[in-house]
Design a protein around this ligand. Structure first.
Ligand SMILES: Nc1ncnc2c1ncn2[C@@H]1O[C@H](COP(=O)(O)OP(=O)(O)OP(=O)(O)O)[C@@H](O)[C@H]1O
Ligand SMILES: [Mg+2]
Length: 248
């Protein structure tokens, strides 16, 4: 079976006048269709860069990225790739001047060719699915963090992605709002969606994901079935990382 996501020897180097950063260093990984997996690792280890690479938001320096067997290089096919993947971000990234309904309807209308009425009807359905039926007309500033993230999830689902990429979806939320977003992500995972979730919530990672990938300094250091990887880590860096989380 063709993997949903396949990275082969991917490197990403950011160069500025004063600095060269090896954000990804020879990363090879595979995520099967319908699988939910987690990326974990310390700050600056390359998790977001890896997700952005998969989403076609970042060009790569070396290697190849395949989405359902299709390679991409350069901008034109990155656009195509983005239609198969959708991403949600730590800070929601909603348009502040649009209400919830307009935020969700925008992309199906502009990018997927739905007329405004159909796009709005679809957005209304999706907002109901994420539990926000009563909040369609509210602007982001009128919604709680958890509600804003649920609008962002509805917006991601509006393009009918085959792969949902989530970059620390709960880390900007007050603790009491985390569970509502995790519950929604669990319910999406149960539909068979391929998902890659960057998270520091190890309990959630164990509940929801089959495989887990540990990044450190741009390298994929260890990967394997989530329960084993997180309960019996092999690599000293992973052991160190997990015990640093325990202290928080
Ligand atoms: N646009 C950019 N220009 C230059 N350097 C960048 C850029 N984006 C990321 N980097 C660098 O690449 C490295 C990896 O960053 P990345 O954001 O992928 O880490 P991360 O694992 O997601 O960290 P965090 O847990 O803090 O979100 C970091 O050293 C970062 O400073
Ligand atoms: Mg990040």
């Amino acid at each position: 079976m063709t993997a949903a996501v396949e990275l082969l020897n991917v490197s990403k180097i950011f160069r500025s006048q004063s600095q060269t950063t090896h954000a990804l260093n020879d990363v090879t990984l595979k995520v099967e269709a319908g699988e939910v997996c987690c990326f974990v690792g310390p700050s600056g280890s390359g998790k977001s860069t890896c997700l952005r690479t998969i989403n076609g938001l970042e060009t790569i320096t070396r290697g190849s990225v395949k989405i359902f067997g299709e390679s991409y290089s350069g901008q034109s096919s990155a656009h195509l790739l983005r239609r198969k993947t959708a991403m949600i971000f730590q800070r929601f990234e909603l348009f502040p001047h649009l209400n919830a309904l307009e935020n969700v309807a925008l992309v199906p209308h502009l990018r997927c060719g739905l007329n405004r009425t159909d796009a709005t009807a679809k957005a209304r359905q999706l907002l109901a699915r994420v539990g926000l039926k009563e909040h369609c007309e509210k602007y982001p500033r009128m919604l709680s963090g958890g509600q804003q993230q649920r609008v962002a999830i509805a917006r991601a689902l509006a393009v009918e992605p085959q792969i949902l990429l989530c970059d620390e979806p709960t880390s900007a939320l007050d603790p009491e709002l985390v569970e509502e977003v995790l519950q929604l992500l669990r319910s999406i995972a149960e539909t068979g969606m391929t998902m890659i979730i960057v998270t520091h919530e190890m309990r959630f990672a164990k509940q929801v994901s089959k495989n887990c990938f540990f990044f450190d300094a741009g390298k994929l250091i260890e990967s394997g079935p989530t329960p084993t990887l997180l309960s019996q880590p092999d690599h000293p860096r992973l052991k160190e990382f997990l015990s640093s989380l325990d202290k928080h």
